[in-house]
Design a protein around this ligand. Structure first.
Ligand code: SF4
Ligand code: SF4
Length: 172
């Protein structure tokens, strides 16, 4: 999640309906993309990412922080525990559990560090996974297309990004 100046609140339910309707089509497109390995795939994703986040203000949304958990790596736990003046073990006990992939994740959603105004209360020390979300400006996008298939269901920006990428790369 990144921050920009606040606009009016996003209509998450209409976004969510659209994402569900497009889900099967997106899955098919991204599966096809995986096999094609276009040389310009990263550039197309990164341009679409920049364009989407020029229009979308995360502070009107926060759907990622409300509905999913980032992975917490050891460094994230140490940094956040220090900020909250706790021991790492206490932090784990209070906020985290281990998921099916054996990663530390939050025990509940919304994230306990999300403010009522959608600001992150630990923004400077937030987990790396929060900094990188929604992962559409990463290198070697072909390696994370499965993640990119799941994320339009959570993130309105990714829904828009995938639509833009389709326009450029959905070739027979
Ligand atoms: S779901 Fe996407 S658009 Fe919404 S706050 Fe998270 S990163 Fe921003
Ligand atoms: S730590 Fe901050 S950015 Fe990360 S999920 Fe919680 S509220 Fe969102």
């Amino acid at each position: 999640m990144s921050l920009r100046l606040r606009g009016k609140n996003m209509d998450i339910s209409s976004f969510s309906n659209k994402a569900k309707l497009q889900s099967a089509d997106n899955k098919k497109f991204l599966a096809k993309l995986k096999n094609k390995k276009f040389r310009n795939m990263d550039d197309v994703f990164h341009d679409a990412h920049d364009e989407a986040f020029e229009k979308i203000d995360c502070l009107t949304c926060a759907n990622c922080c409300k509905t999913t958990s980032p992975i917490f790596y050891e460094k994230d736990i140490e940094r956040l525990a220090k900020r909250l003046r706790m021991r790492p073990g206490e932090f784990i006990e209070k906020y985290l559990k281990i998921d099916a992939d054996k990663d530390y994740v939050l025990t509940k959603a919304p994230c306990p560090f999300l403010g009522t105004d959608n600001y992150c209360l630990v923004y400077e020390d937030r987990p790396t996974a929060c900094r990188e979300y929604p992962h559409t400006n990463r290198k070697n996008m072909y390696q994370i297309l499965d993640l990119t298939y799941k994320n339009p269901l959570v993130c309105p920006a990714v829904l828009q990004i995938v639509e833009e990428v389709k326009k450029k790369l959905d070739k027979p």
